[in-house]
Design a protein around this ligand. Structure first.
Ligand code: TEU
Length: 578
């Protein structure tokens, strides 16, 4: 049989360029800033760096609106800087992957400018134009469908110049490319992919990978939210009829010539059978995908930022589903719970109260590093960065999606105070800005992120307590724990990275107990997801304690007989056997 692909054992670290490290004092992170931290990442145990979009862009959606795939956003640096970064990674035995955003471009991309210029322009069909605007009874124009865009309002924008609508699932400045057109696909492959693969990048994180193929009948979505005209419509544009054909073609025409890792972003796909179709190795589509259930926890069903409380069995069920769905298949999975679109994990899944913050960070690190799949760590997660303080007003938020939601609710509710407080609660827990605060490098003014005069986004109030410099010097810090756990994961990779997962007592609302198996060898992880003392039973005899997030656990273990363990608040323990 073939050797296991290199990307299975890898630890991937995601960098959000705007917020990682500023090298030139303009308040915005940049590529030379990333370059200056490659050794820091190597030392943490990172194998692959994933850089979120650094392409040229008007930055309507933080670079996910690309105006030129073959150039770099000037405040971030140059193509040459990227070549240097690729080289620096490769010199250290690390790999580099980029974000591949090819469901849409910016409306400032040359392709769209041409497409928009006239109905008979050769690139007209490169985007999705529709003249079937419905006239409402009073004569006002209505878009072709009632689909709601991710950033509020319609997915259709009327273009006066040619009198037609174009489709945009995200912002109106992010028109969707028409994947039905073969020439368009070819252009995407060459410009967005080959250009960078030929410079040595080792693969891509593929943005919204399941939305290229739409249901081209363009039917109205059923009304599930009576508070507004526009309705969630993902079932009409996610996992469309030609999706697998397109991904196979991408492999045949491009990827087969390179040795890459392809990590797809797979929203709206809770069904394991459907996911398996994307990640089966033999099918040559994607290496693995980000399943969304874990980061969707707590989101409202019709309005994302209407926070819904959840209980631990829901989280355990999700972890269990995605740990087990590859059993006996040739598919693979990811392990992650943070990225640039999500609230911080400590605040969402554990506790960011001052007395529990560090314990929570370490407990989650223990859980993640013991799970099967390729591990993804988001910048700042390794030092336990937390969500924005509850006191921050809407003026401190910058994300297009959050602001769009706030404005929609403000207008629907006529600025109702309670309705807007509910929005702020949702944004504080789930808002994308939580992950976009500048990285906290040290306790100096501006957290060592920039030399001033002002970071582009407000710094977290806690940067003097939570930062890299303090934690590097402290063997008991969150950073040191992550570094240890990454090393431990690699040492026992047969069990931790590749092992077969088993869950115990799945309905228990306080504790999470799971095992990993590899032949006779096993690991057991017991986690207390509450701020109170709890009891758990170890599921096997003969386990030896290996890691804990409290400093004195070894003594406690030596004084304990039998299988029952008393766990302190947010305590986690890991055992090995065999
Ligand atoms: O996100 C795509 C996505 O499907 C959404 O779930 C995303 O999480 C967003 O919050 C909408 O609710 C990707 C990128 O990760 C995101 O940053 C971009 O804004 C988006 O694509 C458009 O390119």
């Amino acid at each position: 049989s073939l050797p296991a692909p290199w990307w299975k054992d890898a630890v991937v670290y995601q960098i959000y360029p705007a917020s990682f490290k500023d090298s030139n004092g303009d308040g915005l992170g940049d590529i030379p800033g990333i370059l200056s931290k490659v050794d820091y990442l190597k030392d943490l145990g990172v194998d692959i760096i994933w850089v979120s979009p650094m392409y040229d862009s008007p930055q309507v959606d933080m670079g996910y609106d690309i105006s030129n795939y073959e150039d770099v956003y000037p405040p971030y640096g140059t193509v040459k800087d990227m070549e240097d970064l690729i080289g620096a990674c490769h010199e250290r035995g690390m790999k580099l992957i980029l974000d591949l955003v090819i469901n849409h471009t910016s409306d400032q991309h040359a392709w769209f400018k041409e497409s928009r210029s006239s109905k008979d322009n050769p690139k007209r069909d490169w985007y999705i134009w529709n003249h079937l605007g419905i006239s409402a009874e009073d004569g006002t124009r209505l878009p072709p469908t009632n689909w709601r865009s991710y950033f509020s309002g319609s997915t259709w924008e009327y273009d006066e110049h040619t009198g037609e609508y174009y489709l945009h699932l995200f912002a109106k400045e992010q028109p969707d490319l028409n994947w039905e057109n073969e020439e368009t696909r070819k252009a995407i492959y060459n410009s967005a992919m080959r250009f960078w693969l030929d410079k040595g990048v080792d693969g891509f994180r593929v943005d919204t990978v399941n939305m290229y193929s739409k249901q081209v009948e363009f039917l109205d979505a059923p009304v599930v939210d009576t508070s507004q005209y526009y309705q969630p419509a993902w079932q009409f544009y996610a996992n469309g009829p030609r999706m697998h054909e397109f991904l196979r073609e991408m492999n045949d025409k491009v990827l087969s010539e390179y040795d890459t890792v392809m990590v797809g972003e797979l929203p709206h796909t809770p069904d394991p059978e459907k996911v398996l179709k994307y990640v089966s190795l033999a099918d040559r589509q994607l290496s693995m995908v980000f399943q969304f259930d874990i980061v969707d926890l707590g989101q409202g069903t019709t309005a994302k930022y209407h926070f819904q409380p959840w209980k631990l069995p829901a989280l355990k069920g999700i972890v269990t589903k995605w740990q087990q769905f590859i059993d006996g298949t040739d598919g693979w999975t990811t392990v992650f719970c943070e990225n640039h679109d999500q609230g911080r994990s400590i605040s969402r899944y554990a506790s960011d109260a001052p007395e529990y913050r560090v314990l929570s960070a370490k407990m989650l690190a223990m859980m993640l590093t013991a799970l099967t799949g390729t591990l993804f760590v988001y910048q700042g997660q390794e030092i336990g960065m937390v969500n924005v303080p509850k006191s921050w007003p809407i003026e401190d938020f910058q994300d297009i999606e959050s602001l769009g939601f706030y404005k929609t609710i403000a207008s629907l509710s006529n600025n109702d105070k309670a309705a807007l407080e509910k929005v702020m609660e949702g944004l504080q827990i789930l808002g994308r800005d939580n992950a976009r605060l500048p990285m906290q490098w040290d306790s100096s003014q501006f957290a060592g992120f920039t030399n001033g005069p002002k970071p582009w986004m407000r710094l977290h109030d806690l940067y003097r307590e939570i930062n890299v410099k303090t934690q590097l010097a402290d063997p008991n810090s969150t950073y040191s724990f992550w570094k240890h756990m990454i090393k431990f994961r690699k040492e026992f990779k047969d069990i931790l990275v590749h092992g077969k997962y088993e869950v115990f007592d799945p309905e228990n609302e306080q504790t999470f107990v799971f095992a990993k198996h590899h032949g006779e060898k096993k690991a057991v992880v017991v986690l207390n997801f509450t701020g109170e003392d709890q009891r758990v039973d170890l599921p096997f005899d003969g386990l030896s304690f290996r890691v804990g997030n409290y400093p004195d656990t070894l003594a406690d273990e030596e004084a304990t007989a039998g299988r029952t363990r008393a766990l302190r608040p947010w305590e986690g323990r890991l055992y090995l056997a065999g």
